[in-house]
Design a protein around this ligand. Structure first.
Ligand code: RAM
Length: 925
């Protein structure tokens, strides 16, 4: 910098300061009445991220819950470079907009991209309320970028050369690799960052301390195309003099056996690490100077098969200075190439999120005990077991027990899920397997010293999933419904491990698209999975085939296979994500993929019908006529219905994005597909002309709005007839089930929806609960007391698909539904039914806390709701109580209540602004 530049920069800084202080004084005198915004976040909900990915972020904040603050009439955002408010990069000015969610950077002027590798910025926001009173500035929030480009990396991929021995599956035996590097620092830097990733999985240590608490990093993306990188603040771990970086590197999803068929195990390349430490002027990168060994204590670690640990092979103090690496090898190095892209991880890594205690333990043989956690879970067991030197502790797991009390291992298929620990001294071990995960409730330990009495505190369950927060709750006064809610939650926790998986335990655990699309709405209510889904959609875009086909699993290890109802994840998930988060970027990013998937259908359509399109159909429908896993609904019908569904969502997205021409064309296409479906399959009386007019066929037509109103009404009678013919039971699989309650409810048959929900005989949700389920099962009868286990070839006890009923429970049983994207407008329309006397739900929405709870007695219905600031609530009194006396109260934070005037005809839909309300309906008779 020349002197002149220096002076210029400084004088402008002084000017900015002068302006800024002027602002502060102006705003502080006018703003003290209303509190500042809070919960500042960028893009998909990141608060103060380091290693951030999004060069064009959006900004979100919450208005405070405060007396008098109802809505935002304007906002102002300021973004500064660095850590203080000296260099303004972008100021939005006062923008007369109500939105406080996902505001794009540079909206007000054409500011250039914010993101640059390593850049640190801070930002703040203030708002004006409905009366144009301005708040103070919020506390500042920070953003620090990661390394955004491959060019930012100066090192090389390092590891060991491919091994010569093979596993029992004929794959290269990639032993865990220990990598070590010594470097020295004269003085401590002000700040240090560690950037790293792996083709495989890593855990890193600096001077003996574990870096971060993440597990299974960097996660699973289409590795040939993109690998996510992690950033850690390691400032406090450095020391002057010698420092040691140590990393354990294992095969993970990249190099391990992943897939249910050997044709899917295509990778033969060994794991690799890429690392860059930036500490002041010192930079340490992974390169030839590192040393490696695969003779360490972790003898193997495989996602499906488990881990084996032998402490006698531990290298004393290898993570500390002073350790001699003379018998360690030089590393093999590979250059960084244009692909895979190296990009900062765009959603939270997996971590240990919960710990379960053993509920009961029993001795089942000599030195053999069975521990029951009481809950089917996903993660690893933690073991504190007294062993004698030389003992090999074998740790076996299962989700279920066989009739004779032994572990039911068959449903794991070829996944061995088996861990070993070989004691090198007498005493209690304190260990848990790593770089693997299991799905289990029961743990069988064997090989501990004879005479030791097993205790419950020997085993705990460490629950692992992606690190997101809870955003939704549901409770009722019915224990089985609450158990169903718990099972839905555990299905989510078990299958959101970096990617959405079908199941977490057998030799599969893949990103099945069909399962994901049916469960996405429910998941978005319960957890903050905005970033999780957006990240997986990026992988989906990367895996879309050139002809527009969406593979059945993402990342794709299944080749060129696709299916209706599965590939539609490409249209359904972006749409649902947009609806629930209000994040329009999701549509923007995914629109080309959505359109190409529609085109893919279109190319194969024959007179708008999909005659030969591949499909898993209504997967696992109960009582299929010929034992077919794909159920009875005609394939062409299913494929054409989903074709229409994808066109519809693509067209609606085009409208939101202002692509009106495209929207028009899609709407015309939709009309023609609907007509083709109607004329081919429906008789004028609304019945399906095909021999197999299944529940699912009617549900798809009605749920996807494929019929004109009158024909739809008639079709409903046939749906009801089908349900009656099944003795009031569901006959639906993966695709039909999510539509069952919503469609019946929408057409006025809420009682029947409740009846099906509360049915206990097979097939039903409660059936599995009566058989002891603590998670959602893959099949309605994965196990029964009467008949034992379903076919072990495909029988998981942790499969979230049927948990899709959650959406209806939250929206209609408890009564929280979005009427506008992001819950900007909320509908509170619970429908009490079945045996329920009360239900309640909460949701942390993009605008804040929403709550709805009701209780019912013979003559009183009470409904309490909370509407967050900057939104509108629409309270709908359940039809049965509309003729009752209705009173509405608004509660103040101080606990007092005001009666609100309510004219009679407003009773069906009462519009309210931010606040807490209580509606009481009493039966006058
Ligand atoms: C099974 C998976 C998944 C389903 C596919 C069709 O293997 O577990 O649930 O989507 O089949």
């Amino acid at each position: 910098m020349t002197n002149r530049d220096y002076l210029l920069t400084h004088s402008s800084i002084i000017l900015v300061i002068a302006f800024a202080s002027l602002f502060v004084s102006i705003s502080s005198c006018s703003s003290s009445e209303i509190p500042p915004p809070n919960n500042l976040s960028v893009s998909e909900g990141f608060s103060d991220p380091i290693g951030f990915y999004d060069a064009d972020p959006t900004f979100s904040w919450l208005l405070p819950v405060a007396k008098g603050v109802e809505n935002q009439s304007a906002y102002e955002i300021e973004v500064y470079a660095g850590a203080d408010q000296k260099k303004l990069l972008w100021g939005s000015g006062k923008v007369l907009e109500a939105t406080s969610n996902a505001v794009p950077y540079g909206l007000a002027d054409d500011a250039t991209t914010l993101g640059k590798s390593r850049r640190q910025v801070n930002w703040r926001v203030r708002y004006w309320d409905q009366d144009d009173r301005s708040s103070d500035w919020s506390p500042t929030a920070t953003v620090e970028y990661g390394l955004l480009n491959n060019d930012d990396w100066a090192g090389k991929w390092i590891g060991l050369p491919p091994p010569t021995d093979t596993t029992e599956f004929g794959l290269p035996r990639f032993r865990p690799v220990y990598l070590r590097k010594s470097f020295s620092l004269d003085e401590l830097p002000e700040q240090a960052r560690l950037y790293l990733t792996a083709k495989g999985l890593f855990t890193a240590y600096l001077n003996g301390k574990r870096i971060g608490k993440d597990v299974m990093t960097p996660g699973w993306t289409p590795y040939k195309k993109r690998i996510e990188t992690l950033t850690y603040d390691v400032t406090d771990l450095l020391q002057t003099g010698e420092n040691i970086l140590g990393v354990t590197l294992t095969e993970g999803w990249y190099a391990g056996r992943i897939g249910y068929s050997s044709s899917q195990w295509t990778n033969r390349e060994p794991p690799r690490l890429l690392l860059q430490l930036e500490a002041g002027d010192t930079r340490v990168v992974s390169n030839e100077s590192w040393r490696a060994s695969d003779q360490g204590p972790l003898r193997y670690a495989s996602i499906y098969d488990g881990a084996s640990y032998q402490p006698q092979a531990e290298f004393a103090d290898w993570k500390q200075p002073g350790f001699a690496t003379s018998d360690w090898s030089k590393v093999a190095v590979d250059p960084i190439e244009a692909l895979p892209l190296l990009r900062p991880k765009r959603h939270a890594p997996t971590a240990i999120m919960d710990t379960l205690l053993t509920q009961s333990v029993s001795e089942i043989g000599p030195s053999r005990a069975l521990f029951d956690l009481g809950q089917n879970m996903v993660g690893v067991p933690h073991l504190q077991v007294p062993l004698k030197r030389g003992d090999t502790l074998q740790v076996r797991m299962a989700e279920m027990l066989n009739q004779d009390g032994s572990l039911h291992l068959k449903s794991y298929r070829s996944a061995r899920s088996l861990d070993y620990f070989v004691a090198e001294r007498d005493g209690s071990i304190n260990w848990h397997p790593s770089f693997t995960f299991h799905g289990f409730r029961y743990i069988e330990l064997s090989g501990y010293p004879a005479g030791e009495k097993p205790k419950t505190n020997w085993v705990k369950g460490l629950v692992q999933h992606s690190n997101f927060s809870t955003t939704g709750t549901f409770t009722s006064d019915h224990s089985k419904l609450d158990q169903l809610q718990s099972n839905i939650e555990w299905g989510l926790r078990g299958n959101f491990l970096d990617i959405p998986t079908d199941c977490p335990q057998r030799d599969e655990r893949m990103g099945w698209t069909g399962d994901a699309q049916v469960f996405a709405p429910t998941s978005l209510f319960l957890r903050d999975v905005h970033a999780f889904w957006a990240a997986w959609l990026q992988s989906m875009r990367e895996e879309q085939l050139p002809d527009g086909g969406i593979p059945i699993v993402i990342p794709n290890i299944a080749g060129k296979r696709f299916s209706a109802g599965w590939g539609d994840a490409a249209t359904i998930i972006p749409w649902e994500l947009y609806q629930r988060t209000g994040d329009q970027d999701v549509l923007e990013e995914n629109y080309p993929m959505m359109r190409d998937w529609v085109d893919f259908y279109r190319q194969q359509a024959n007179d708008q019908l999909l005659v030969n399109f591949q499909s898993f159909n209504d997967w696992l429908q109960p009582y299929p006529t010929d034992g077919n896993l794909r159920g009875d609904t005609p394939q062409e019908f299913i494929c054409t219905a989903f074709f229409a569904r994808s066109i519809d969502l693509c067209g609606r997205s085009a409208r939101v994005l202002g692509k009106d021409q495209e929207a028009k064309a899609l709407e015309a296409l939709l009309d023609s597909v609907k007509t083709a479906l109607q004329t081919t399959y429906f008789a004028p009386d609304g019945s399906i002309t095909e021999e197999r007019g299944t529940q699912t066929a009617y549900l798809l037509a009605l749920g996807f709005d494929l019929l004109p109103a009158e024909l739809a009404e008639r079709a409903v009678t046939h749906l009801l007839a089908q349900i009656e013919a099944a003795d009031y039971h569901l006959r639906t699989g993966f695709l039909g089930t999510p539509l069952l309650a919503p469609v019946l409810d929408r057409y006025g048959h809420t009682d029947l929806a409740y009846r099906l929900l509360f049915t206990e005989s097979y097939p039903s949700w409660f059936y599995s609960i009566d058989q002891g389920a603590t998670t959602m099962w893959e099949r309605w009868n994965s196990y029964s007391h009467e008949n034992g286990f379903e076919t072990a070839g495909m029988n998981s006890f942790n499969h979230y698909a049927y948990g899709a009923i959650g959406q209806w429970m939250y929206e209609r049983v408890a009564g929280i539904a979005h009427l506008e994207p992001g819950y900007r407008k909320i509908e509170f329309a619970p429908i009490p039914g079945g045996p329920l006397k009360q239900a309640a739900a909460t949701h942390e929405s993009p605008y804040g806390h929403i709550a709805s709870s009701w209780t019912l007695t013979d003559d009183t219905f009470k409904h309490t709701i909370t509407v967050p600031p900057n939104t509108t609530g629409q309270i709908v009194v359940p039809p049965a109580y509309r003729t009752w006396n209705i009173q509405l109260f608004q509660s103040s934070p101080a606990g007092t209540e005001t009666v609100l005037a309510l004219d009679e005809d407003r009773a069906t839909g009462i519009t309210v602004t931010a606040g807490t309300y209580r509606l009481v309906a009493t039966n006058a008779k």
